[in-house]
Design a protein around this ligand. Structure first.
Ligand code: AMP
Length: 125
C-alpha cells in the first residue's frame, strides 16, 4: 500500500549523505534537532526502517522497532528536560501524515516540541 521514496531527505540523513544534529541514536531510531525549530526544543525522532507514516510503521514494523522508537521519544524528552516534572514543564508530540496532515517529508517522524508554554494544539478553521 505504501511506497517508500528512498530519495526523501530523512533517508539521505540515515545514509549519511547529509548532516544532522543528532540528539541520540539507537539500534532502530535516530533523534535530531529540527532544522527550522518552532519551539526552544524541537526534535524529530525517526525510525531507521523505511516507513512513511505512523500507521504504516505500527502495522508493519517489528515489535523491537516499535519499542525502540517509543522509548527513544521518551528518552529525548527526558534528556532535553521537557517532561512535565522537569525544568521546562511539558512537551507535545506531533506526527503529520499524508496530504491533509501536511506531511512534508515522507518518512515517519515524531516532532517533540517544548521549552516554553505551547499554544493551542490546532487552529480552528
Ligand atoms: P513535516 O511537515 O511533519 O513533514 O515536518 C518535516 C520537518 O522536517 C520540518 O519541521 C522541517 O523543518 C524538518 N526538516 C527538513 N529537513 C531537515 C533537515 N535536513 N534536518 C532537520 N530537520 C529537517
Amino acid at each position: 500500500m505504501y511506497v517508500y521514496d528512498t530519495d526523501n531527505i530523512f533517508a539521505k540523513i540515515l545514509r549519511g549523505e547529509i548532516p544532522n544534529n543528532t540528539v541520540v541514536e539507537t539500534e532502530h531510531s535516530l533523534a535530531f534537532h529540527d532544522i527550522n525549530p518552532h519551539a526552544p526544543v524541537h526534535v524529530l525522532v525517526i525510525p531507521k526502517g523505511p516507513y512513511v507514516t505512523f500507521d504504516h510503521f505500527a502495522s508493519e514494523a517489528s515489535d523491537a522497532e516499535i519499542i525502540d522508537f517509543n522509548r527513544t521519544v521518551a528518552k529525548v524528552a527526558e534528556m532535553l528536560e521537557v517532561t512535565p516534572g522537569a525544568g521546562h514543564g511539558g512537551y507535545r508530540l506531533i506526527s503529520n501524515a499524508g496530504e491533509a496532515g501536511v506531511q512534508e517529508v515522507p518518512h515517519l517522524h515524531v516532532h517533540i516540541a517544548g521549552g516554553h508554554r505551547l499554544g493551542r494544539m490546532l487552529s480552528p478553521r
